[in-house]
Design a protein around this ligand. Structure first.
Ligand SMILES: [Zn+2]
Length: 485
């Protein structure tokens, strides 16, 4: 059987592959979902043609951490702190999601992502309140047709009323999901969303790490995002116990000291920065500069889509401003002006393409328009004011582009959006379903008498006491193995 061939014709191709470079007028040939050639002009006659004249052709963006299920309550956290989020979303909203709400949230959030140019996302999935919820989360991603690392989370949103018998049952459910959906090679890859370090007994954390390694699954870890607490710390303890690795994506990392950064760098760990969440919820400065100092390539994530949009263009724009400010403000404070901005727009676009592909362990499959990789790509352009005139393509990408300027999206060679229209989604029906589900979820929250955000007084003090007990268990585990504490 002959291959299905598509040629993306006459675009301004930004491959993000330094060996290939850019083509101001170039073609991309796709055969059975794989990029097979990129050149100024390809003599192809027997292929479906996508005319990219006047458009930028770029790799699809990759989000390295998103709680996709929260798309049904988008914006609810607009004025919430991290504590408000924990009590409001993780313990308030989550228990009121049905399994079908999780499916719909993931479908809706994934469609939102791909429409805005995110062709791959790391789904940090922690609303797995029953096995049906876990199935719903995977099914929603499958329905959307997005490429995703589905990272199974073990979080208990209803302490004392769990639908699982215990943590071991959750680990068993992870293995059930792994067997059911991840045996074949496809758009979804398997991961584990580690429960917050010292938010649960050390033995449970060790079980989550072991389950992930048994399946050779990606590990994603909310890390170093709570100043003055041991909660979400644990890098030193994992390092001591030999549990860090290049298979881990550490998210946030704002509060880490140099020794923790050294441990992450030594282990080959990756870092995900959620610029909007961190700035708006009080996590501390985004860590672009610390990544640079420790030789770690930054990646970007939308994180809490119940606060900010699922549009990675905003993260990119905010992120570059923060990264430059880290370098330039000290010069200003020294009474001088900088000679250069130091980080270019092109370098910033690496954060959500090649760097992110590498972080997800998919660097050989996606992240650049390199022959041999899968065809996840975007056509950026169209009639909107901000796309004209285009003087510098990378400046247009980073500073001017919006989700509406993502005109055409291909994932694995399949057209998911064509000239501004989603191809496999009944959009009015989907938005209506999302509105109705959101009303029902919030109705159940109100019926349960739950105030949102409703953070109890001195909430962190109680959490911290428990976290220190679990931290001590990790220290003892190190001592029991004869390791230096
Ligand atoms: Zn998160």
């Amino acid at each position: 059987m002959s291959a299905h061939r598509t040629v993306v014709r006459n675009g301004h191709v930004l491959t993000m592959d330094p060996a290939l470079g850019d083509f101001p007028a170039g073609d991309v040939l796709i055969e059975d979902g794989e990029i097979t050639a990129v050149a100024p002009s390809l003599p192809v006659t027997d292929a479906e043609v996508i005319d990219a004249t006047g458009h930028l052709v770029v790799p699809g963006m990759i989000d390295t951490h998103r709680h996709t299920w929260q798309s049904l309550v988008r914006g609810i956290c607009g004025d919430w702190t991290l504590a408000d989020y924990y009590y409001g979303i993780r313990l308030g909203i989550s228990p009121n999601y049905t399994a079908d709400d999780v499916r719909l949230g993931n479908l809706y959030g994934a469609v939102d992502a791909l429409s805005a140019g995110v062709t791959t996302l790391l789904d940090f999935s922690h609303c797995n309140n029953t096995p049906d919820h876990s199935d719903g989360a995977v099914n929603g991603l499958q329905e959307a047709g997005i490429r995703a690392a589905f990272c199974y989370g073990f979080f208990e949103s209803s302490p004392g009323q769990s639908k699982f018998g215990g943590h071991a049952d959750r680990v068993a459910d992870f293995h059930r999901i792994a067997d059911k959906y991840f045996a074949a090679d496809g758009l979804l890859t398997l991961g584990v969303s580690l429960s917050e370090l010292f938010g649960l007994p050390w033995a449970d954390t060790a079980a989550e790490l072991a389950a992930a390694r048994e399946r050779e699954a990606l590990l994603v870890n909310h890390a170093g995002c709570i100043f003055g607490s041991v909660l979400c710390a644990g890098i030193t303890e994992m390092d001591t116990l030999g549990l860090l690795g290049p298979d881990m994506v550490h998210v946030h990392c704002n509060a880490f000291d140099d020794s923790e950064w050294d441990a992450i760098a030594r282990s080959g760990g990756k870092v995900s920065i959620s610029v909007e969440t961190e700035l708006n919820m009080g996590f501390g400065r985004p860590v672009f500069d610390r990544c640079a100092r420790h030789g770690i390539k930054p990646t970007l994530s939308a994180d809490v889509v119940s606060l900010n949009s699922g549009d990675l263009w905003h993260e990119l724009r905010f992120g570059l401003g923060c990264a430059r400010a880290d370098r330039l403000v000290p010069i200003n404070l020294g009474g001088a002006m900088p000679d250069s901005v130091q980080i270019t727009a092109r370098e910033a676009f690496d954060w959500c393409t090649v760097n992110a592909a590498d972080a997800l362990g998919l660097g050989d499959r996606i992240g650049s328009l390199t022959p041999g990789k899968r065809a996840d790509l975007l056509l950026i352009g169209g009639p909107a004011l901000e796309q004209h005139p285009r003087v510098d393509p990378y400046a247009t990408l980073v500073y001017q582009t919006t989700a509406a300027d993502v005109r055409t999206v291909l994932i694995d060679g399949q057209v998911r959006k064509r000239d501004g229209v989603l191809t496999s989604v009944d959009l009015p029906a989907l938005t209506s379903a999302a509105d109705a589900a959101s009303d029902r979820i919030l109705g159940r929250v109100r019926a349960a008498g739950r105030a949102l955000p409703g953070t109890p007084p001195n909430a962190w003090a109680g959490i911290e006491t428990t976290a220190r007990e679990f931290h001590e268990q990790a220290v003892q585990a190190g001592k029991n193995r004869g390791l230096p504490s």
